[in-house]
Design a binder for this molecule. Structure first.
Ligand code: FAD
Ligand code: DCQ
Length: 422
């Protein structure tokens, strides 16, 4: 009997647990270690932050659904992974032994890289549902006494979609309340241009996003580095294409959400051979760590290089479909190793994403991740807003039922010729 442990119960960890249980030999044991007894659908956090959703709408308890599917849950945070001993040390001192480990710990949110940034300080966040709930409370106050908004992403960020989404969602909410005229909005980003999204652009994302931002009267500052955030004021240095200082900005705000840079979580960072300098897990093309061949990693916690270098540092995003593709590869390869074979499945890393803009939305497909591409497609429309709502319901249902039956893949993506595995 092999014991497969999955660390983290977010988008990657949950999907991995179900797919592992389904594909692995019936006598093997699957355990998930999570720092929370609940799962929440991260892409819905922007809606929570404007009170279009409650926490209860997007969060489910994990234990009852795992129980039904024969997966063990340990709802205690991991303190440290000890790869040389094949052990995980938990915060309560307990030790968990594993034969195979899949790390799916997502990001550590690097708010501390900018003075005054982050929850409890001067900007709100939508990265975690806890943060989004706080932002939602602040939003309720803000709409009673509106003023300028500064929204965007900090230097080193890699996840830009949600920053654009949240800007557009707030804009839509303000318009519906007929107070948009009282809210000057500024979008700040380390991207060299609007619509770069850490991918060097997708299709005409630059032209389309600039146009959408103009239509919604959202000003933007690109190549932006936040030097510090004071209460109600953000200090931003704008660089030119050569990386020289172009302009210093002092931006007053009454409400602000800034997406931070991501790093690896403390439980894994600084382990020689396992992680890079930022704490991301080093992997080979098979999702496996080169040093410890019984450790795999999926999701935001893996080390992937930026698509291109930019005047202000940016990273490449890891979106949902890419995550699922990493999960499928990791599960296949662990099964192969248990059968005495060598890992041979590679994730495709196709970037597919639905971004909600409140009343419309944008969808893109970038394949492969690094341009020039075979598929380089970016479209805006109301259908995306509706598709994202449908996807939220579908994904939460899937996390309850434990089905890995990929409905949208079968009917939509296969038709488009998009595959999870190479
Ligand atoms: P997470 O989902 O963050 O899961 C990691 C889990 O590990 C967390 O539950 C965490 O608490 C847990 N964990 C961490 N450390 C420990 C520890 N020491 N012990 C135990 N557990 C631990 N992608 C899309 O494709 N479409 C979208 O619309 C989209 N929207 C997004 C919106 C936001 C606001 C953000 C931040 C990202 C979005 N993404 C989206 C990107 C990506 O799909 C998500 O970030 C996704 O949740 C990443 O999955 P993950 O499993 O890697 O990490
Ligand atoms: O897991 C996903 C996820 O959550 C993290 C998303 O956020 C909402 C996603 O957008 C995945 C897999 C996706 C991608 C969903 C693709 C839906 C396919 C619709 C057709 C797209 C146009 C070609």
């Amino acid at each position: 009997m092999a014991h497969i442990v999955i660390l983290g119960a977010g988008t990657g960890g949950m999907t991995c647990a179900y797919e592992m249980r389904e594909k692995i030999r019936p006598w093997d044991k699957v355990t998930v270690i999570s720092d929370s007894p609940n799962f929440h659908f991260v892409p819905s956090n922007p809606w929570v932050a404007v009170n279009w959703r409650t926490r209860e709408d997007i969060e489910i308890p994990i234990a009852p659904y795992f129980e039904r599917n024969g997966i063990n849950l340990i709802a205690t945070p991991a303190k440290r992974v000890h790869p040389k001993k094949d052990q995980i040390e938990l915060m309560n001192g307990q030790i968990v032994d594993y034969d195979f480990l899949v790390i799916a710990t997502g990001p550590k949110l690097a708010f501390d890289e900018v003075e005054g940034m982050g929850p409890g300080k001067n900007t709100y966040s939508i990265c975690h549902v806890d943060h989004a709930v706080e932002a939602g409370k602040a939003w309720n106050q803000f709409i009673r006494d509106p003023g300028p908004i500064v929204v965007g992403a900090a230097q080193g960020a890699s996840c830009f979609g949600p920053a654009y989404e949240f800007a557009m969602i707030m804009e839509t909410d303000l318009r519906r309340r007929k107070i948009r005229d009282q809210v000057p909005m500024t979008f700040i980003t380390p991207e060299p241009y609007v619509g770069h999204i850490g991918l060097g652009g997708v299709g005409d994302s630059r032209g389309m996003m600039e146009s959408i931002m103009r239509e919604r009267h959202i000003k933007w500052i690109c190549n932006a580095m936040i030097s510090r955030v004071a209460p109600g004021k953000m200090f931003v240095t704008e660089l030119d294409d050569m990386g020289n200082v172009k302009k210093e900005h002092e931006l007053p705000f009454k409400h602000s959400m800034i997406l931070p840079a991501f790093k690896g979580v403390d439980a894994v960072s600084g382990i020689d051979g396992l992680t890079n300098q930022s704490g991301f897990i080093l992997i080979d093309p098979y999702q496996r760590n080169p040093e410890y061949d019984n450790i795999y990693a999926v999701g935001v916690c893996v080390d992937i290089p930026p698509v291109e270098s930019t005047p202000v540092p940016t990273g490449a995003p890891k979106t949902g479909y890419m995550l699922e593709s990493m999960v499928s590869a990791a599960v296949h390869n662990i099964c192969a190793m248990l059968d005495g074979n060598v890992p041979d499945h590679k994730a495709t890393w196709n970037a597919i994403c639905l971004a909600d803009f409140g009343d419309t939305g944008a969808a893109f497909v970038a394949l492969p991740q690094i341009p020039p591409r075979n598929v380089n497609w970016f479209k805006e429309g109301k259908w995306v807003h509706l598709a994202k709502i449908a996807f939220e319901k579908y994904f939460l249902r899937k996390m309850k039922k434990g089905t890995t039956e990929p409905i949208y893949e079968k009917y939509v993506l296969n038709v488009l010729g998009i595959k999870k595995l190479k």
